[in-house]
Design a protein around this ligand. Structure first.
Ligand code: AMP
Length: 283
């Protein structure tokens, strides 16, 4: 069956009613499009976990700040639909902004604690936009499972919290970060990089992996681990937005990793105007 493309919320409600009547389970993969192997890894996992897989492709305006890249965000509708279909997606939701936010829209979802720090501080309002659109997608699709990438680890924490707090009955699954051969985390925003920036961008993952290796060799102090990351950023002239060590479960900042603790190193940095993020587990 060719992929079904839905663009209105009315048609999506009708689809969901039919699916629930038919007793089919659904896995949802929310995206902003310009799809790569990171996105399709979520879709393929959805195929393993549910009867049908749906993807949304929506560049959500409420999660962009006024000076961010909403208007230039890359798009490839036909390529995206082909990738969805090849990955086993049977329904794609491609609404325009008015379908999601009709005139008079005034209801927002705020996940208070998980939205603080890291990207929450650097991009005010970002996670409010994310939480609002994801809640709306969960309401429209009523998925049993929803898949998100660890690449956006704080986002995953925000969505886990909202699904739990609002009793949405969705199993939120986090999937490992898919990387380029040299280690750079795949991202739609990598398409903004010049050839020179693309070469330098690998310093982000190189720094994270260096810190990971240092931890394995016994370095547990945040200051030392963060300096290893920062040294790579400096050498590649990447402007630091943040480099932080946090507890994986609570996202509390850490000064030291204690035995048995799961921690994560988080990086955001700028190459020219392009802001890239990445993270790895340590501990
Ligand atoms: P985006 O289109 O950037 O909003 O991402 C949509 C979903 O794909 C989110 O759950 C992301 O965390 C996930 N994702 C993006 N990049 C990757 C990657 N390199 N590996 C795994 N998942 C990813």
């Amino acid at each position: 069956m060719p992929i079904r493309v839905i663009s209105s919320t009315a048609e999506l409600h009708e689809y969901t009613r039919g699916r629930l009547r038919a007793g089919q389970s659904l896995a949802l993969v929310p995206t902003m499009g310009f799809l790569h192997d990171g996105h399709t890894s979520l879709m393929r996992e959805g195929v393993r976990r549910a009867d049908v897989v749906a993807a949304s492709i929506f560049v959500n305006p409420t999660q962009f700040g006024p000076k961010e890249d909403l208007s230039t965000y890359p798009k490839d509708r036909d390529g995206d639909l082909a990738k969805c279909e090849a990955a086993g997606v049977s329904v794609a939701f491609l609404p325009d902004a008015h379908a999601v936010y009709p005139p008079g829209f005034q209801t927002y979802v705020n996940v208070e604690k998980a939205s603080q720090g890291l990207c929450g501080d650097r991009r005010p309002g970002h996670f409010r936009g994310v939480a609002t659109v994801v809640t709306k997608l969960f309401t429209l699709f009523r998925p049993e499972v929803a898949l998100f990438g660890e690449k956006d680890f704080q986002q995953l924490c925000v969505i886990r919290a909202l699904a739990k707090d609002l009793d949405l009955g969705v199993d939120v699954v986090g999937m490992p970060t898919v990387r380029e051969a040299d280690g750079l985390a795949k991202s739609s925003r990598n398409s903004y990089l010049s050839a020179d920036e693309r070469q330098r961008a690998v310093a982000i993952s190189r720094g994270l992996f260096a810190a990971q290796a240092a931890f394995v060799s016994g370095t547990t102090r945040a200051e030392s681990l963060l300096e290893l990351v920062r040294a790579q950023l400096r050498a590649a002239a990447i402007r630091e937005d943040y480099v932080e060590l946090r507890d994986e479960a609570t996202l509390e900042p850490l000064v030291q990793i204690v035995a048995g603790q799961r921690a994560r190193l988080f990086v955001a940095g700028f190459l020219g105007k392009t802001r890239l993020i990445d993270n790895v587990r340590v501990g």
